[in-house]
Design a protein around this ligand. Sequence first.
Ligand code: FAD
Length: 458
Amino acid sequence: MTAPARHLTIIGAGLAGALLGILLRRRGWDVDLYEKRGDPRVQGYGGGRSINLALAERGRHALRAADADDAVMHHAIMMRGRMVHVGDAEPVLQRYGRDDSEVIWSVHRGDLNIVLLDLAEAAGARLHFDAGLDAVNFDSKRAVFRDPRDGSTHEVRFDALVGADGAGSALRGAMHRVRDLGERSDFLDHGYKELEIPPTADGGFRIEPNALHIWPRGHYMCIALPNDEKTFTVTLFLPHHAGADGGPAFDQLVDVDAARAFFARDFPSALALIPEFDRDWAANPVGQLATLYLDRWHLDGRAVLLGDAAHAMVPFHGQGMNCAFEDCVALARQLDAHDDLTTAFAAFEAERKPDAAAIQRMALDNYLEMRDRVDDADYLLQRALELALQARHPGRFVPHYAMVTFMRIPYSLAMTRTDIQRGILERATAGHATLDTLDWPAIDAEVHALLTPLEDVP
Ligand code: FAD
């Protein structure tokens, strides 16, 4: 059923804002989208961080709901698994799933944003660029937007605001001045810096394109994701400050020479792939990583937050955008189901908050796994058992990564089952070096006792 024409003003035409614009227009909503930056279709994408992103099933499902999947997948590169680089050994592919039906996709943030903006505009959303939300009067329902180019402002009347303006949300700040949202940010003591692997002289990829490359080094790591112009974006994750163990940290890498020496020692195979290391190191800032927790996501029927504005997370599960896209589908569904905005926003918050909290925790857990465990013998044995149990108990024992990445069951359910499964894996492999010596009847019995069959969301 199509809702009667009603009006929403979306703040932020990034990934979630643009997708929500399409979904709402298709349901008959009148939509205005306000974006602080200029139009990336005119002046190139100035996103400035995490140039490419891993897109998984949750995100693709949301794109399908907006008829955007085909256009986006045109730019996407398949990643079958993690290609782990340790020492001088040939890198090894650890598959994410059973076969090429269980993979993730690398997409360029700018390409993705542009595809979604084009579709939002074609669907009838009005796009306003160079318009950063500056102030809101929730009583008179007026919002002030500032043009960052010349500082000029203009005032707009709204019915309700949707905050898709990212982790530093200006709308969240304005809502908080009216009602305490219970905001708390936990900053990770690690930051990130991006570097680039260019194409080969004859225009090909320098390393295996269909993988997410990882150079795990215990307390820190590099990763690299492919781009469709045959480059890779490399991201170094490293502590900001040196700890008691004297391990490397950004504050020790005082200049390009120190950074280069660090890479020559710890990431020589990656350094050899980055000819413009000095330029990239000097040009790209160190990014901060944080988890944002809010007690409340909406101000009655006047404003609601989604995506990073409501629940920014660390990027180690590659789910921030995927989760934001799921939010868009959920909000559109709740707006369909309830005529009253207060009820719709409250229902959206009640539905999504436990799931956002779950993926926030799993994203923090995954950092340890990526930087420290992927080359560890215990981990590899547990991973082998996980796959064996998946084959022995199809639909009942579903690996953690598959539940989060290839399915759309609620994140909170994936987290609960992950905790149970991790216990089974740890108990079963304790004291063993191979799968051959395991007590299979006891393990099978435990799987049956602790796990019910799992069905995905249709
Ligand atoms: P954003 O993408 O941040 O968009 C917000 C938009 O609002 C921007 O266009 C901004 O210009 C605009 N804006 C800001 N302030 C205002 C204002 N005052 N007025 C108007 N407009 C405003 N997620 C994944 O799913 N997979 C990954 O592989 C992945 N990798 C990541 C790697 C890194 C290093 C980082 C930092 C994040 C990663 N993420 C990943 C997370 C992902 O980037 C975010 O979750 C996603 O961008 C959230 O989308 P959003 O639309 O909520 O916010």
